[in-house]
Design a protein around this ligand. Structure first.
Ligand code: COA
Length: 457
C-alpha cells in the first residue's frame, strides 16, 4: 500500500534526509562454496541457502576501515560535486576502531586533503560513533537533528566503515565481509526525507563484544540472533506508537503499521537474518490486523506459553510455528514485495557491520524499485544491545536516480585462494594481492603507532 503522503511535514524548517550514497567494497573476494567450504567441512548449501552469503569481500594488505571510509567519501564527493567547505560534519560509525582515542574521521580527512588540499576540511568536525552495528544509525540520527538547525547551508556526511572479522574456522567466519558506505545528508534531499520518528530499544547484553586489545569479537551467535529479534520488536513497537501519536501512520480497522510501509530494511549480519527479522516483525504486527485470521486458517493458532508445563516443549512448538510462518503464502508475498531486494548485494559481500543496512538501501536503489512518496523503514541493530527503527519518505527524484552499477562492479573483483585469504586475515601477507591503484593505501604504521596513508595514482 502506498502511503497517502503529500510530503514530509516541514515542521520548523525544511525536511532533512539522504541525498545520495556511495559504497566502497574491496577488490578481493573469497567464494564460500569450493575451497573454503571443503576445507572447513561445511556443506556449501548451508552457506549459500542457510546463511545466504556466496562471496565474502576481503580487504587487501594496504586496506583498513579508514582507507575504505576515505574511498567511499571520495566517490560521494566526486559524484555529488561536493566541495570540502560545504561539509559541516563527518560522523563515522565503526566497530573497527584503529585507535583508542584519535577519531577515525581525522585520518579520513587527512587522506581527503591529499586530493582537495591541506586545510580544506579544517572547518569540518568529525566524531567516531561506537555502538556495534548500530553506530552509523545513531550517527545519522544525531546528524539529522544538527542539520535541522543548521543555518549556514552546510551538509553532513555519515560514513559506515568496517572489517567484519571473526576467528578462522569459527561459526562467525562465513559471515565476514568488509566495506564502507558514505551517506550525504542535507536539507531538501533528493532521495529520502527522514520522518524524524525514531523508535528505540536498549538493554545490557553479552551477545557480541570485543574487549580492549582483541582483534576479533567474542560472539554468542545464537544468543545474538535472539537479542536482535527482541530488540527489533521493542524498537518497532516504540516506532509504531510514536508514528501513531504523530499522525504519520493512521491505521483504519483491520490495518496495521507495516501496511503503511512499502520497503522494510533491516540490519544484515547475513541475509538469512533479514528473513528471520522480517518474519518476526510481520508476525508481531499482523496479529493486530485482519490478516491474522487468514494466517490462523493456514497455520492454526500460535502456541501459548501458559498452555505448556514444560518450557522446553513450548520453545520447540514456538520455533516450529515460526518456521511455518516463514513459509506461509502471506509472509512469502510480503517478503518478496517489501524486503527481499535489500539483501541482494550482501550476498556478494558479507557482513559490513554498521554499514550493512545502508548497503541494503544501495541494493534497493540498484533494483530501481523505490517510487516517489513510498515509505521506507530502517530497523538497525547493534549488539550489546540496541535497536533503532525509523522511517523516511522517497522523494520525487528517488526513482530516477541513476543506478551506480554496483552489481556489475562486484563482478570485476579478483577471486583469491583460501591460502591468500588466511594470510590476509592473520596479518601475515607480505605484500598486497593487488597493488594499490587510484586508491588510498596504508603506507606504514610508525614506531608510535601513528598510521601513514597515501593516495596511489
Ligand atoms: N543446506 C541448507 N541449509 C542448511 C544446511 C544445508 N546443508 N545446513 C544448515 N542449514 C540452515 C539451518 O537449518 C539454518 O536455517 P533455519 O534457521 O531456517 O533452520 C541455517 O542454515 C543456519 O544454520 P545454523 O546451524 O543455525 O547456523 P550456525 O550455527 O552456522 O550459526 C550464526 C549462524 C549466525 C549464529 C553464526 O554464523 C554466528 O555466530 N555469526 C556471528 C554473529 C552474528 O552474525 N549474529 C547475528 C545477529 S547480530
Amino acid at each position: 500500500m502506498s502511503s497517502n503522503i503529500e510530503d514530509i511535514p516541514a515542521g520548523k524548517g525544511q525536511a532533512v534526509g539522504i541525498d545520495d550514497l556511495s559504497v566502497y567494497v574491496p577488490r578481493l573476494f573469497l567464494p564460500l562454496a569450493g575451497e573454503f567450504s571443503t576445507n572447513r567441512g561445511i556443506d556449501p548449501g548451508k552457506l549459500i541457502k542457510g546463511i545466504g552469503i556466496e562471496r565474502m569481500a576481503v580487504p587487501d594488505r594496504h586496506e583498513d576501515a579508514a582507507t575504505m571510509a576515505a574511498m567511499s567519501l571520495l566517490d560521494l564527493m566526486k559524484h555529488s560535486r561536493l566541495r570540502p567547505e560545504e561539509i559541516g560534519k563527518i560522523y563515522v560509525g565503526t566497530e573497527s576502531a584503529l585507535d583508542e582515542a584519535k577519531a577515525m574521521g581525522t585520518y579520513v580527512i587527512g587522506m581527503l586533503e591529499k586530493i582537495y588540499g591541506k586545510g580544506s576540511f579544517q572547518e569540518c568536525s568529525t566524531v567516531e560513533f561506537k555502538a556495534a552495528c548500530i553506530g552509523t544509525t545513531f550517527a545519522l540520527e544525531s546528524l539529522s537533528y544538527w542539520l535541522a538547525g543548521e543555518e549556514e547551508d552546510k551538509v553532513g556526511i555519515v560514513i559506515a566503515s568496517d572489517v567484519a572479522k571473526y576467528p578462522l574456522a569459527s561459526p562467525g567466519e562465513y559471515t565476514q565481509g568488509a566495506g564502507s558506505v558514505a551517506l550525504l545528508l542535507k536539507k531538501n534531499p533528493r532521495l529520502l526525507a527522514l520522518e524524524q520518528i525514531y523508535g528505540t530499544f536498549t538493554r545490557d547484553e553479552n551477545d557480541f563484544f570485543r574487549p580492549m586489545g582483541c582483534s576479533t569479537a567474542v560472539v554468542n551467535g545464537k544468543h545474538s540472533n535472539q537479542c536482535y529479534l527482541d530488540a527489533m520488536q521493542g524498537a518497532f513497537d516504540s516506532f509504531s506508537a510514536k508514528a501513531l501519536k504523530k499522525g504519520a501512520i493512521t491505521p483504519g480497522a483491520g490495518e496495521c503499521t507495516t501496511d503503511f510501509i512499502d520497503h522494510l530494511l533491516f540490519h544484515i549480519p547475513y541475509p538469512r537474518m533479514v528473513e528471520y527479522a522480517s518474519a518476526a516483525i510481520f508476525r508481531h504486527d499482523w496479529r493486530q490486523s485482519r490478516r491474522w485470521k487468514e494466517i490462523e486458517e493456514e497455520l492454526g493458532p500460535e502456541p501459548k506459553a501458559q498452555e505448556y508445563e514444560d518450557h522446553g516443549k513450548y520453545q520447540a512448538a514456538e520455533a516450529d510455528y515460526a518456521r511455518r510462518f516463514a513459509k506461509s503464502e502471506q509472509f512469502l508475498q510480503a517478503y518478496a514485495a517489501k524486503v527481499r531486494d535489500t539483501a541482494t548485494l550482501s550476498r556478494q559481500i558479507g557482513n559490513i557491520y554498521t554499514g550493512s543496512i545502508y548497503l541494503g538501501l544501495a541494493s534497493l536503489l540498484e533494483s530501481q524499485k523505490i517510487h516517489a512518496k513510498e515509505r521506507l523503514s530502517f530497523g538497525a541493530y547493534g549488539s550489546g544491545c540496541s535497536a533503532l527503527f525509523f522511517s523516511a519518505i522517497a522523494k520525487q527524484q528517488a526513482s530516477s536516480v541513476p543506478r551506480r552499477g554496483l552489481v556489475e562492479k562486484l563482478e570485476e573483483r579478483r577471486q583469491i585462494s583460501l591460502q591468500d585469504y588466511e594470510k590476509l586475515h592473520e596479518g601475515k601477507a607480505e605484500k598486497s594481492v593487488l597493488m594499490p591503484c587510484k586508491e588510498f593505501a596504508l603506507a606504514r604504521i610508525d614506531h608510535q603507532g601513528y598510521r601513514h596513508y597515501e593516495y596511489v595514482e
